[in-house]
Design a protein around this ligand. Structure first.
Ligand code: ATP
Ligand code: MN
Length: 456
C-alpha cells in the first residue's frame, strides 16, 4: 500500500504535505465539532493525531473503535500542541474492524494480564518500547563486534555435547518412547543421529574452535536450558551473545565485557530517547540517570574471596548464609551490586568446584579464572572466563568430574595443536534488555517466552 510511515509523517519537513497514513486506533476523543483519533503504526513511539472536522467529514463509527485498523488521507499540519505534525483528515477508510471486546482496554492492562495475550500485547506502549529497544540493542551488538574486528559465527543449535555445568539440556529425538531398549546407548543408536543429542545450552565450545583460528569471534543466537527454576530471570529459550577471543586472559575478558556493555547502553540512550524517557517515568524511576552514569564510569572488580568476606558479615540476614566455597545466590549477588558497590561489579576467581571444567585453573590450586558480572536489580548478566589452555590440566579437570573424554576429542585437540591463552563470556540478551528498560520480568522482554509449563 502506498502510505507514509507515522515516524515520517511526524517529521517537521513533511509539514504541509498530503499523505495517506495507516495504523491502529489507540484512542478516540469526540467533541461538538471535531473528533480526534490517535494512530500507531509501530514505526515510532509517538502516535499521530488525526483531526476530523465533523462538519466536513462523516466517519464510519467502526473506524473509531480501539484496535481498529484504518487508512487516513489528509494534510499534515503543524501540531496544535507539542512537536511534530498532526493529520487533518480528508477521508478515513476502515481496513479492519475491532469489536467492543478488544482485549486491550485501558482499565485491564497489567503486565500480568498482558502475558495472557502475547499476540496482542505489542499494541501497548510498554511493549512497543521494549521491542524497539530490543531491536536497537541487537543491531548495536553486531555493530560493536563488526567495528572491533570480530567475525560473526553461527554455532550449531543441535549438539551432542552438553557444555557441562551450564544447565539441563532438552533432548532432540525422532524416536517414539521405547521401554524395551536394553541401555541408553542402544536406544539412541536407533535415533536420528545415532547418539543422544540435545539443544545447545551455549555455543562456547564451538566458539573456541572458531576463535583459535579466526582470532576474535562472536555468536548471537538462541540457547536452550531446561531450567526448572521458575524465576523472573530464566527462560527455557533465550538469546545469547558469546564472544570468544584468542590471545586473551581474564583481564582482557573483563575489559571487553565492560566495553561492550557501555557501547550498548550508549547506543540505546542515543537511539531510543523517547522509549527510555517512558521507562524512566513509568517503569524504573531514575533509569536514565543510572544508564548515563553506568555508561561513563568504571565498573567495580572484586574477587570471590573478597566477596565472601563482605557477605559473611551479613549472613544473619540471608536466607542462604555463605561460606568460602558456596555458590552465590541471587540474594548475595544483589546485595553486592546494589548495597556494597552500587554499580556493576565483576566477581572473579571462583572456587573451581562451583564452576565449569573448561575454566583456567589458577596457580593457587583452588580457584579458576572466571568472572560473573553482576548488576543491580538483576544479578548475573554475564558469565565468562579464561579457558584452560593446558591439555594436562584440562584432562585432569574432566577426570575429576568423571566426564567422558571421548565426547570432547575435538575440544581437547585445540590444546594439542597450537594451544593459546583464550577466553570469552556469555551475555544473556533478555537480561540486558531488562537492565536497560527496567522491566522486571524476563517474560516481558520476549515475544513468546518459553518457561516451565508455558509455551503459549
Ligand atoms: P544463572 O546463574 O543466572 O542461572 P548461569 O550461570 O547458568 O546463570 P551462564 O551459563 O553463565 O548462566 O550463561 C551466561 C549468561 O546467559 C548468564 O549470565 C545470563 O545472562 C544468561 N542466561 C543463562 N541462563 C539463562 C536463562 N535460563 N534465561 C535467560 N538468560 C540466561
Ligand atoms: Mn554464569
Amino acid at each position: 500500500m502506498k502510505h507514509l510511515d507515522i515516524v515520517k509523517a511526524l517529521q517537521p519537513e513533511n509539514e504541509g504535505k498530503e499523505a495517506v497514513v495507516c495504523g491502529w486506533v489507540r484512542t478516540f476523543r469526540d467533541s461538538a465539532n471535531v473528533s480526534f483519533l490517535e494512530l500507531s503504526d509501530g514505526t515510532s513511539f509517538k502516535k499521530l493525531q488525526v483531526v476530523i472536522d465533523k462538519s466536513a467529514l462523516a466517519v464510519d463509527p467502526e473506524c473509531t473503535k480501539l484496535g481498529a485498523s484504518v487508512a487516513v488521507k489528509g494534510a499534515l499540519v503543524k501540531a496544535y500542541k507539542g512537536e511534530g505534525n498532526e493529520l487533518n483528515a480528508v477521508s478515513v477508510a476502515l481496513l479492519g474492524k475491532s469489536p467492543a471486546d478488544y482485549p486491550i482496554q485501558k482499565k485491564r492492562t497489567t503486565l500480568d494480564y498482558l502475558r495472557g495475550i502475547p499476540h496482542l500485547r505489542l499494541r501497548t506502549n510498554t511493549f512497543q518500547a521494549v521491542f524497539r529497544v530490543r531491536s536497537v540493542a541487537a543491531q548495536a551488538i553486531h555493530r560493536y563486534f563488526h567495528e572491533n574486528g570480530y567475525y560473526y559465527v553461527n554455532t550449531p543449535l543441535i549438539t551432542a555435547s552438553d557444555c557441562e555445568g551450564a544447565g539441563e539440556m532438552f533432548r532432540v529425538t525422532t524416536r517414539p518412547w521405547n521401554a524395551q531398549a536394553k541401555s541408553e546407548g542402544e536406544y539412541y543408536k536407533e535415533d536420528f543421529f545415532g547418539v543422544k543429542a540435545g539443544l545447545s545450552v551455549s555455543g562456547q565450545l564451538e566458539g573456541e574452535v572458531a576463535a583459535t583460528a579466526l582470532g576474535k569471534i562472536y555468536t548471537f543466537g538462541p540457547s536452550f536450558r531446561a531450567e526448572n527454576s521458575n524465576t523472573t530471570r530464566h527462560l527455557a529459550e533465550f538469546w545469547h551473545i558469546e564472544p570468544e577471543v584468542a590471545f586473551a586472559e581474564l583481564p582482557d575478558v573483563i575489559e571487553i565485557a565492560e566495553d561492550l556493555l557501555k557501547y550498548l547502553i550508549k547506543a540505546v540512550l542515543t537511539e531510543c530517547p523517547e522509549e527510555l524517557k517512558f521507562f524512566d517515568s513509568f517503569v524504573e524511576k531514575g533509569l536514565l540517570e543510572k544508564l548515563n552514569h553506568v555508561a561513563t564510569s568504571d565498573f567495580a572488580v572484586c574477587t570471590y574471596t573478597e566477596a565472601i568476606g563482605i557477605l559473611e558479615k551479613k549472613n544473619a540476614d540471608f536466607r542462604f548464609p555463605v561460606h568460602w566455597g558456596s555458590d552465590l545466590q541471587s540474594e548475595h549477588e544483589k546485595y553486592l551490586t546494589e548495597e556494597v558497590f552500587k554499580r556493576p561489579v565483576f566477581v572473579t576467581d571462583y572456587p573451581k568446584e562451583i564452576k565449569s571444567f573448561y575454566m583456567k585453573q589458577n596457580a593457587d590450586g583452588k580457584t579458576v579464572a572466571a568472572t560473573d558480572l553482576l548488576v543491580p536489580r538483576i544479578g548475573e548478566i554475564i558469565g565468562g572466563s579464561e579457558r584452560e589452555a593446558d591439555y594436562t590440566k584440562l584432562v585432569a579437570a574432566m577426570d575429576a568430574r568423571g566426564m567422558d573424554k571421548s565426547a570432547y576429542k575435538q575440544y581437547l585437540d585445540l590444546r594439542i595443536f597450537g594451544t593459546v591463552p583464550h577466553g570469552g563470556f556469555g551475555l544473556g540478551f533478555e537480561r540486558f534488555v531488562m537492565y536497560v528498560t527496567g522491566m522486571e520480568n524476563i517474560r516481558d522482554v520476549t515475544l513468546f517466552p518459553r518457561s516451565v509449563k508455558n509455551i503459549m
